[in-house]
Design a protein around this ligand. Structure first.
Ligand code: HEM
Length: 483
């Protein structure tokens, strides 16, 4: 058949020049679901974002078609200008452009993250960070009027701490130096998020890249990159000095990468110093924000749904402090179903023309998978799809995987580009949540009803709460509970 005979997915009409950019809005996951519904495109919707052709998948079937049937054709990430500046020029891992490079790096990195998450050393690190979180909440509750705590702030500090420890260890820094460094990492991550989530003209109008020079985005990215590089270089040098001095600290991510660098890879792949620093930067960026957002929404939903909170408290107060119990697991799954922290996953790019669900998709198309819409699809989740009901995951005959095997639940993506930090992220979220439910009772401040809690999400490519979560934290006395 000729070009004209090819069937294309439905598309809303666009404006000259900008195409459909104006229809994507500040909350793209919501806007895109509405657009798909309005244009009779339950599976695949075609858009034009500036000069870039794009495709949005909004159903489990479409997600499966892209990430299982055609995974190989959609396994690359589009080129982003700010990302290139921020990540040592070769955008490996998260934003790998065309080429084989990312496959090697990713294999190494997933292997590490997964094994480290299980190893004893990492478990201990995580428990220390949870203990620090509990201390922080107790202190803030005791010193604030009415016991009100900025839970979002505490959770962000916790998620950041876990990643800092896992990636670069504690080394031999003093507590003060360590605190300063965590603070600096936080600042750099936030600036990365702002830059990557922001609109960069060159990303949608490749012929207008010069416009970014005018907007200042390029210069801002270069400034932030320089600060990253100084910090990461210091971290790597400290580890090298430590190796030479023969220390006995717990192994962290930098250690593993340096060991990998020393080994010669049989495929000739070389882990350069820039590649190491780029990977470290990716880990910080990908691991902190996501775990934080998952925890923030889990606490929000539990406080809004007191029966679920009580059920969880009953369960974790019976179990040990580090046990991931069935209801706890269900709460985490239900949270990620309703609030996937990266609602459109990370964009992919079509590497060769493909026929997806009978539609023609051209090479170079930028692809978004609306995991948020998929998780709320009434065809999979029934009439109460928008409600928080962890019990739905307890029925044994309805086991739903959320690591990429069942396409109605894909908060971590699926296929070759799925999140390699799943185990690590889940272990972090489960342990923190178990302890927050075990050691405190929680209330909405000012005597407001649980149902009045604001549940709106912030604009951007990740979706934390729009307003910080502030709750009354009441420490429970452990001896009383056990009596
Ligand atoms: C609850 C926690 C987390 C969630 C919900 C999450 C979610 C995601 C999603 C949706 C993607 C894109 C997948 C796709 O496009 O198909 C991704 C990619 C990635 N995640 Fe996670 N993530 C989490 C935790 C982590 C952690 C803790 C780390 C590292 C320590 C991590 C490292 C990465 C990396 C490196 C990628 C890029 C993979 C690639 O492009 O090949 N993530 N994550």
């Amino acid at each position: 058949a000729g070009r004209n005979a090819r069937r294309l997915p439905p598309a809303p009409r666009g404006l000259p020049l900008i195409g459909n950019l104006h229809q994507v809005g500040a909350l793209p996951h919501r806007a895109l679901r509405a657009l798909a519904a309005a244009h009779g495109a339950p599976d695949l919707l075609r858009l034009r974002l500036g000069q870039v052709p794009a495709l949005v998948a909004s159903s489990p079937a479409a997600a499966a078609a892209l990430m299982r049937e055609h995974d190989g054709a959609f396994a690359t990430r589009p080129y982003f200008r700010t990302a290139e500046i921020l990540t040592y020029g070769f955008q490996d891992l998260v934003f790998a452009p065309h080429g084989e490079h990312w496959r090697h790096v990713r294999r190494l990195c997933s292997a590490h993250v997964l094994s480290a998450a299980r190893s004893h050393g990492f478990g201990g690190m995580r428990e220390r960070e949870v203990a620090a979180l509990v201390r922080t909440i107790r202190e803030r509750a005791a010193s604030s009027p009415g016991g009100v705590v900025d839970v979002s702030k505490a959770l962000y500090g916790f998620a950041n701490g876990v990643i800092c420890r896992a990636v670069s260890g504690t080394g031999r820094l003093s507590r003060e130096e360590e605190g300063r460094r965590s603070e600096l990492f936080r600042e750099l991550i936030e600036e990365n998020t702002a830059l990557l989530g922001g609109f960069c003209v060159g990303d949608y109008f490749p012929s207008l890249v010069w416009a970014d020079a005018l907007s200042g985005a390029g210069a801002r990215a270069r400034r932030n990159f320089k600060r990253w590089d100084e910090l990461l270089e210091k971290v790597v040098q400290e580890h090298e000095a430590r190796h030479n001095g023969g220390g006995d600290e717990e192994e962290d991510f930098v250690d593993v990468l340096l060991a990998l660098q020393a080994e010669k890879q049989d495929d000739g792949f070389e882990l350069t110093r820039d590649a190491i620093k780029s990977l470290l930067e990716d880990m910080f960026a990908a691991g902190t924000e996501t775990s934080f957002i998952a925890l923030e929404w889990a606490m929000s939903e539990l406080v809004r749904n007191p029966a679920a909170m009580q059920e969880l408290q009953r369960e974790v107060r019976r179990a040990g402090p580090a046990d991931a119990t069935p209801y706890l697991r269900a709460v985490v799954k239900e949270t990620l179903r309703l609030h996937p922290p990266v609602p459109l996953l990370l964009p992919r790019e079509c590497m060769r023309d493909a026929a997806v669900l009978g539609f023609h998709v051209a090479r170079g198309t930028r692809v978004f998978v609306n995991a948020w819409a998929v998780g709320r699809d009434p065809a999979s989740w029934g009439a109460a799809a928008d409600e928080f009901r962890p019990e739905r995951f307890l029925a044994e005959d309805r086991e739903v995987d959320f690591r990429g095997a069942h396409f109605q639940l894909i908060p971590f993506g699926a296929g070759r580009r799925a999140c390699p930090g799943i185990q690590f992220g889940l272990a972090t979220v489960e342990l923190a949540l178990a302890n927050l439910a075990r050691l405190f009772d929680w209330e909405v401040p000012g005597g407001a009803a649980p149902g009045e809690l604001d549940m709106s999400d912030a604009p951007g490519l990740t979706t934390p709460r729009r307003v910080p979560l502030r709750l009354v934290a009441k420490p429970v006395r452990w001896e009383e509970q056990q009596a």
